[in-house]
Design a protein around this ligand. Structure first.
Ligand SMILES: [Zn+2]
Length: 363
C-alpha cells in the first residue's frame, strides 16, 4: 500500500498547476496563430518571375514594361518579392515618375531612373513616391530630388532641404535622406505640358500615401492604397489607420467613375472600379465592427498574428486586437517587452521544474 508523504500534495500540485498553466498559455497562443496564407498563395493571379501579360515585355533581366498608352508606361519588376510596378507618366514638357523601384534588383542592373530615361527623351523628371515603404523608394536618390506631399508632419522633418525616411516609416533597415525638390498639397494639379495630374493625399495604408488622378484619361495611380492580384491590402503598417482608410476609400470612390481605370503598385497593375467598391464596403464593415476576421501568422512579417478580413479575393490585413496607431505606439512596445520577459520567465520556471534532477530526487 502506498503511503503519501504529507508534503507531496502541495508541492506536486503547485508544480502540475504551473505546467498546466504554461501549456494552456502555449495552446492559447497557438490558437491565434492560424496559418492561413502561405507565401505561395500571396502571389494569387501572378507568377513571380513571369510577366503578367504579353503586353508587358522584358527589356532586360529585371524590368518588364507595358505601354498603357503612348505616354503612360508601367515598369514592372516581375522577379521582385512583392511584384512591384512603378509608373512613368509623360507630358509634353516633363515626365513624372511614380515610385522608384523595389530595391531587389541585382547588382549591376540599371536604376529606375535609367529605365525612365529610355521613354522621356531629355524631359526633366519629377519623382513622387506613392509612400515611404522600402519597396517603393530604392532608386529615389538617383533622381534630382523628390516632390513630397505637403503635410505638417513632413514639413517639420525637412532639414536643409533634406527629408530623411526613417526605418520605422520605410519598414526597412536604413535611414534614407532624400533631397526635396518641392512640396505639393492635397488636391493640387501638376502640369506636365498637355497633361495634368491631380495629386491626393489619402492616408490609410500610410499617412503620406499619395494617389494620382489623370482626369482626362480617366486613369488613377493608386500606389499601395489599393491594388489587386497580390496578397492583401496592408493596414498593419506603422502609419496605417483604419478610420482614415475608410474615409479615403469613400473619397476616392466619389472622385472616380464606374469606368475609371486603376493602376496599383503590386500584382497585375490594372483593376476596375468594382474592386475599390469592394474595398470600401469591407472597410465600412471593419469600421462598424461587423466584419468577421481570422488571424494569420504568416504574412510579410511572420510571427505576429495579423488580423485578416476576407471577402472573395479581397484580403485586408491589420493589427491584432487594437488599431494600428495604438499597436505601433511606444506604450504597446513597452507592454509587449514586459509580457515577453514574463513569458520567458514562466518558460524558464517550467523548464526548471520539469528537468531539475534535484527536485525529482526529493519527490
Ligand atoms: Zn506599402
Amino acid at each position: 500500500m502506498l503511503s503519501i508523504p504529507q508534503r507531496f500534495p502541495n508541492s506536486v500540485m503547485m508544480r502540475r498547476g504551473t505546467i498546466v498553466a504554461g501549456v494552456m498559455v502555449c495552446l492559447g497562443l497557438a490558437g491565434c496563430y492560424e496559418r492561413m496564407v502561405e507565401p505561395a498563395d500571396v502571389f494569387g493571379d501572378v507568377h513571380q518571375g513571369e510577366t503578367y501579360s504579353p503586353a508587358s515585355r522584358m527589356i532586360d533581366d529585371w524590368y518588364a514594361v507595358e505601354a498603357i498608352d503612348a505616354q503612360t508606361v508601367a515598369i514592372n519588376e516581375p522577379k521582385s518579392s512583392q511584384y512591384n510596378t512603378s509608373y512613368l507618366i509623360v507630358g509634353e514638357t516633363r515626365a513624372l515618375m511614380f515610385d522608384a523601384g523595389s530595391g531587389e534588383r541585382p547588382a549591376g542592373a540599371q536604376s529606375m531612373r535609367k529605365v525612365a530615361e529610355r521613354y522621356t527623351g531629355n524631359k526633366p523628371i519629377t519623382l513622387i513616391l506613392s509612400h515611404f515603404h522600402y519597396d517603393h523608394i530604392y532608386d529615389a536618390t538617383t533622381f534630382d530630388g523628390v516632390t513630397l506631399i505637403d503635410r505638417p508632419d513632413i514639413r517639420a522633418e525637412i532639414k536643409d532641404g533634406i527629408y530623411t525616411i526613417s526605418p520605422l516609416e520605410s519598414h526597412g533597415m536604413d535611414w534614407r535622406p532624400l533631397k526635396v525638390s518641392g512640396l505639393i498639397a492635397d488636391g493640387d494639379v501638376l502640369d506636365l505640358g498637355g497633361r495634368t495630374l491631380q495629386v491626393f493625399n489619402l492616408p490609410g495604408h500610410t499617412t503620406e500615401s499619395v494617389v494620382l488622378f489623370d482626369r482626362d484619361r480617366n486613369q488613377v495611380f493608386t500606389g499601395d492604397f489599393v491594388y489587386r492580384h497580390l496578397g492583401g491590402i496592408i493596414a498593419f503598417a506603422s502609419g496605417s489607420d483604419l478610420t482614415a482608410y475608410k474615409k479615403n476609400s469613400t473619397r476616392l470612390l466619389q472622385l472616380t467613375r464606374a469606368d475609371t481605370q486603376f493602376f496599383g503598385a503590386h500584382g497585375i497593375p490594372r483593376f476596375d472600379h468594382d474592386w475599390l467598391v469592394l474595398l470600401d464596403r469591407e472597410l465600412d464593415k471593419i469600421a462598424k465592427g461587423t466584419a468577421t476576421y481570422r488571424y494569420a501568422a504568416h504574412y510579410l512579417a511572420p510571427g505576429i498574428p495579423w488580423r485578416v478580413y476576407q471577402n472573395g479575393d479581397l484580403y485586408i490585413y491589420t493589427t491584432p486586437l487594437i488599431n494600428p496607431p495604438i499597436f505601433w505606439s511606444k506604450w504597446t512596445g513597452l507592454l509587449g517587452a514586459i509580457i515577453s520577459l514574463l513569458s520567458l520567465y514562466l518558460l524558464y520556471r517550467i523548464v526548471c521544474l520539469v528537468f531539475s534532477p534535484g527536485r525529482r530526487t526529493r519527490e
